[in-house]
Design a protein around this ligand. Structure first.
Ligand code: PRP
Length: 176
């Protein structure tokens, strides 16, 4: 039995509308380019697949897994590559797809690490942004929603690997 209390923050339909808007903008910006989506596992997988299906320009996708959190809800600040990209990104127009920017540590690290591999361009799209939590300066190029400092789950985001399959984004209030 789940002991956490979930409160809806952003419904599935609202997410769908925002993803469509982001896809419109990205499609316009990447017309005639070599778009490669880099999906950051696991949280971004739902967002990346919905976003990719809405794009009107050709796009490839690759996956990278990094570790920054354990089963705790606080960021440890330690970033490690657990699974690297399959192919070179040299000369590609890379768009990193994330579910959430919190402290900014993960994307700060990923951006500089991928820049070393000489892509033609490198931008970031995140579904959610929690700017009040930043430990390092980081501004995503495209953002779905700015949210306040709540721990959120659903639409790919988890708590201890639970709730990723929920259609909406929920605030989690652990009663443990
Ligand atoms: C989340 C999210 C980002 C990172 C953001 O991943 O997907 O990668 O944390 O936090 P930061 O801005 O404080 O670095 P998480 O470590 O929860 O892994 P998951 O995507 O596999 O659930």
């Amino acid at each position: 039995m789940n002991k956490e209390k979930l409160t809806l923050l952003i419904g599935g339909e609202e997410i769908g509308r925002r993803v469509a808007e982001l896809a419109e903008r990205i499609s316009a910006d990447y017309e005639g380019k070599q778009l490669l989506l880099v999906c950051v596992l696991k949280g971004a997988v739902i967002f990346a697949s919905d976003l990719m299906r809405r794009l009107k320009v050709p796009a490839e996708i690759d996956f990278i897994a990094v570790s920054s959190y354990g089963s705790d809800t606080a960021s440890s600040g330690v970033v490690r590559i657990l699974k690297d990209l399959d192919k070179s990104i040299k000369g590609k127009d890379v768009l990193i797809v994330e579910d959430i920017v919190d402290t900014g540590l993960t994307l700060n690290y990923l951006r500089s690490s991928l820049l070393n591999r000489k892509p033609r361009s490198l931008k970031v799209v995140t579904l959610l942004d929690k700017p009040v939590r930043r430990k390092v300066e980081f501004t995503p190029d495209y953002c779905g929603f700015e949210i306040p400092d709540h721990f959120v789950v659903g639409y790919g985001l988890d708590y201890d690997e639970k709730y990723r399959q929920l259609e909406g984004i929920y605030v989690l209030d652990p009663e443990l």
